[in-house]
Design a protein around this ligand. Structure first.
Ligand code: NAP
Length: 284
């Protein structure tokens, strides 16, 4: 039976550390502030935004929500971002994606000041990740790295396979594993003989978006398996990209869904916002 990597416990630890540092900043008159923009009424986006606001309250941040109607124009959205960029009490800005039709995700992301881009999605922050000289890491891959650290997984020299090459998960995930001296392979929908590649992995990260896609025959004995997926199974129950019940007996460590990577994403967002507040106030 594999070691179950407990994302709830690790995320609670990260948030406790952020809360302790926030308390110290407040003694110096600084309260980290996060502005969250949500456009339209997508129910999943609403849940994510509520969870982010809840986490801000937990760690002692100020949070502001801007809930805009789906008919909001690109210019209106951009002028809100500009206004938030200029406010010294707002240290982090995030715009919940995807935006409704008619609004361009990347134009909005690029409008966020890089020092307030706590999702680390804009091109200058992505470029910094590439060269390994960054202030913020994208929250989900950063959360995976914390989980690996918590489970004492040594990445150096290991075969790492990432399934998925999205800009927000797969690509930065591969880069972080590479920075930790893993030997990294990135797979995607055109990869041939996928199972042969994944069976080489000492560390396998699944970020596919397909329920129970990674089956036991795709996993090497003793591998560490990280499941980023958040899907619904045939009964509407939340599940990951990994067939947890069958894979857990084969690997040495595995993250569950729910309770694995999911809680880490928000914890890392809190960490990024704290970093942003410190940087903007000239604190190391
Ligand atoms: P995405 O943008 O849809 O990317 C999915 C990736 O999977 C693509 O690169 C795609 O390849 C690849 N893929 C699809 N079918 C495949 C197949 N049959 N074989 C191999 N590769 C295949 O998704 P994402 O945003 O990266 O998210 C991935 C999953 O993580 C989703 O379930 C999402 O909900 C979840 N997620 C969770 C968190 C969290 O906090 N836990 C955060 C973000 C995302 P191509 O590039 O060739 O199309």
């Amino acid at each position: 039976m594999a070691y179950i990597i407990d994302g709830k416990a690790v995320s609670a630890q990260v948030k406790a550390e952020v809360a302790a540092e926030t308390a110290k900043l407040k003694e110096r008159g600084i309260t980290p502030g996060l502005a969250v923009i949500i456009v339209g009424d997508d129910p999943a986006s609403r849940v994510y935004v509520n969870n982010k606001k809840k986490a801000c309250a937990e760690v002692g941040f100020a949070s502001e929500e801007y809930a805009l109607p789906a008919e909001t124009s690109q210019d209106e959205l951009l002028s809100l971002v500009k206004c938030l960029n200029e406010r010294s009490d707002i240290n982090g800005i995030l715009c919940q994606l995807p935006l409704p039709k008619g609004l361009d995700d990347s134009t909005v992301i690029e409008a966020i000041s890089p020092i307030k881009d706590v999702d680390a999605f804009n091109a200058s922050n992505v470029g910094k990740i590439m060269i390994g000289d960054y202030s913020f890491l994208p929250c989900t891959p950063a959360g995976v790295m914390e989980l690996l650290k918590s489970a004492n997984v040594d990445i150096s020299g290991k075969e790492c396979v990432v399934i998925g090459r999205s800009n927000i998960v797969g690509k930065p995930m591969a880069m972080l594993l590479l920075h930790s001296n893993g030997t990294v392979t990135v797979c995607h929908s055109r990869t041939k003989e996928l199972a042969e590649v994944t069976r080489r992995a000492d560390i396998l990260v699944a970020a596919v978006g397909r329920a129970k896609f990674v089956t036991a025959d795709m996993v090497k004995d003793g591998a560490v398996v990280i499941d980023v997926g958040m899907n619904r199974d045939e009964n509407g129950k939340l599940c990951g990209d990994v067939d947890f019940e069958n894979v857990k007996d084969k690997c040495s460590a595995i993250t569950p869904v729910p309770g694995g990577v999911g809680p880490m994403t928000i914890a890392m967002l809190m960490k990024n916002t704290l970093t942003a507040a410190k940087l903007q106030n000239g604190i190391e």
